[in-house]
Each structure stands twice: as structure tokens, then as C-alpha cells.
Unconditional design. Structure first.
Length: 132
């Protein structure tokens, strides 16, 4: 498999990951609203839907990890490149697109975790998963 084919496949998987993380964020917001309405049935349904999206996200990650074996430095090399500033100005379209998607995914993850953190602390109080 040529390097450009690998980056194309990584870009496809990152695009799928981005769709899933956006859906996870949306469902987390919806769950927060359902919790505020004290709608436990909706919260349970949303939790199930959110878990399905998380599973799909994980499947994309697994596919990317398989592709990592095609790189000389493996996962560390791919991630180091995606996180670098150079990746956002690279002349290779698939590598640049992969880097942009990677950064978008990281932003969505951060937003989702903030929502989840506030919700978890409100629900669990002292027993919160996020308690320091």
C-alpha cells in the first residue's frame, strides 16, 4: 500500500470519527437537557444511543491503528506528524485533511468532555467520575 493510499484511508476513518464524535456531543447535550427535565427514560435511551456511537468511534480507531503498521514509526510517528504545525500546511492534500480532521476531533472531544464533566458532577456529586 502506497503512502498516499494509507493517508486517504486514514482521512476516511478520521472523517467517520468526526461524525461520531459530533453525534456523541449532540447526544450528551440532549442527555443534559433530559436530565434537567428529570426525564429518566430519555436519559436511559440517550445513554444507549451514545454508547453505540462510542463503539463506532472505537471501530474507526481500531482501523487507524491497523494502518499504523504501514508507517515506519507506527502510531507515534503518525500522531507526532498530525499534531505538528507542519501538518496543517503540508502540500499533500490527504495528509493536510487528516491533520485538520484530527484537530477538529480533538476540539469536539474537549467540548464533549466539558459537558459530560458538568453533568456527571451534578448527578454524582462527591462520587463523580471527574472528582479530583
Amino acid at each position: 500500500m502506497e503512502e498516499m493510499e494509507i493517508w486517504l484511508e486514514i482521512a476516511k476513518q478520521l472523517q467517520a470519527e468526526y461524525r461520531h464524535i459530533c453525534e456523541i456531543r449532540r447526544l450528551t447535550e440532549e442527555m443534559r437537557e433530559a436530565f434537567q427535565r428529570d426525564d429518566t427514560v430519555s436519559v436511559q435511551l440517550i445513554l444507549g444511543m451514545r454508547q453505540e456511537e462510542m463503539n463506532e468511534y472505537d471501530r474507526c480507531e481500531e482501523k487507524i491503528h491497523i494502518l499504523d503498521c504501514c508507517f515506519q514509526g507506527g502510531k507515534q510517528e503518525r500522531e507526532r506528524w498530525l499534531k505538528s504545525e507542519k501538518s496543517l500546511v503540508d502540500e499533500n492534500e490527504m495528509k493536510r485533511k487528516s491533520a485538520e480532521l484530527y484537530h477538529s476531533i480533538q476540539n469536539q472531544l474537549k467540548l464533549t468532555m466539558e459537558i459530560d464533566k458538568r453533568l456527571n458532577k451534578k448527578i454524582a456529586g462527591e462520587d463523580s467520575f471527574y472528582k479530583k
